[in-house]
Design a protein around this ligand. Structure first.
Ligand code: KMH
Ligand code: ZN
Length: 308
């Protein structure tokens, strides 16, 4: 089996600051946790930005630039910027940071969907910021918009124009057919890096049978032209990552996707999740890929070609 790519999604835009004191929201905290996650074994860092004062999701170039140069200076990991931002953002807003940064990698969400965060209100969190509760509650009437025109625009603006390669976020089986459609239009080329995103309410559930079906479908559509990774939101994070590692896939952890290290215990950092996952995948006999391996495996442009 190939070396295994560990991605770490450091802060995201799903969890709000009051849900965990360990969720990094300031540029220093994002940078420190990203660097520590890289040193723990993450070859790829998936990065969102936040308003440093309120922790509110942001794709403002200034908020990204407040941490990107420091991460780049202190580790060799591949920096993968989110084009998903938050479902409350318009597409132009979502793209502002990634276009300014011209990263080696960016996420690309392969379909419009519901992205229901409101069930997390049931945790009884005491919110420190007045935006948090309405942000979560409002997700019951929100479409995370990713039309074929949006997807084509991102492939052009970030891919063709800036040389970024993509983490294709596929939340359901149909998203794989949309990805194949863009491959058929010659707007996507091998090696195709697919992230099976599981356990988001609005996408496919984090069920082992679904992972097998996703992989079988991807095998049929992409043959040897793709690599798959798995992220499962919430408590299925580690079990599904372990399953992916056993199937020859790659893995993603991080506080964007899950705030816990075990049932009822908040992870103290992203690096803690990376270290735990590293132990699991090495016990399964997989060798953890380095950033240099990742650049070779994914055909990346190199850290010197970024805009920060
Ligand atoms: N935050 C979610 C709305 C991505 O980074 O592109 C989507 C997301 C995926 O986080
Ligand atoms: Zn993300």
């Amino acid at each position: 089996m190939s070396d295994i790519l560990i991605s770490c999604a450091v802060t995201g835009s799903i969890h709000t600051p009051s849900m965990s004191p360990h969720l990094p929201v300031t540029p220093d905290a994002i940078a420190e946790q990203a660097i520590a996650a890289a040193h723990a074994g993450a070859a790829i860092l998936h990065l969102h930005a936040r308003d440093p004062d309120t922790g509110h999701p942001s794709a403002d170039p200034a908020h990204f630039m407040a941490f990107l140069p420091r991460i780049r200076a202190e580790c060799d990991a591949v920096l993968n910027l989110s084009t998903g931002g938050s479902a409350i953002m318009a597409l132009d807003e979502r793209l502002a940071g990634p276009l300014a940064a011209a990263p080696e990698m960016a996420s690309l969400n392969m379909g419009s969907m519901n992205f229901a965060l409101y069930p997390m209100l049931g945790r009884g969190t005491e919110f420190k910021h007045d935006w948090e509760e309405p942000f979560l509650r409002g997700s019951d009437d929100l479409v995370f918009k990713n039309t074929p025109r949006d997807i084509a625009g991102i492939l052009h603006a970030l891919g063709e124009e800036h040389g970024a390669r993509f983490e294709f976020e596929c939340y359901d089986v149909g998203h794989l057919y949309m990805l194949a459609h863009f491959r058929d239009r010659r707007l996507v080329r091998a090696p195709i890096f697919i992230q099976f995103v599981m356990g988001v309410l609005g996408g496919i559930a984090a069920d082992p049978a679904h992972l097998v079906h996703l992989k079988e479908t991807a095998d049929k559509l992409f043959g040897n032209d793709y690599l798959f990774s798995v992220l499962a939101a919430g408590r299925q994070q580690m079990p599904m990552a372990a399953m992916s590692a056993g199937m020859g896939g790659h893995v993603r952890v991080g506080l964007e996707d899950n705030l816990y290290i075990e049932k009822g215990v908040l992870a103290r950092s992203n690096a803690e999740q990376v270290a735990k996952l590293r132990g699991i995948v090495e016990a399964l006999g997989r060798r953890v890929a380095t950033p240099a391996d990742a650049r070779r495996m994914l055909g990346l442009k190199g850290a010197a070609a970024v805009g920060f």
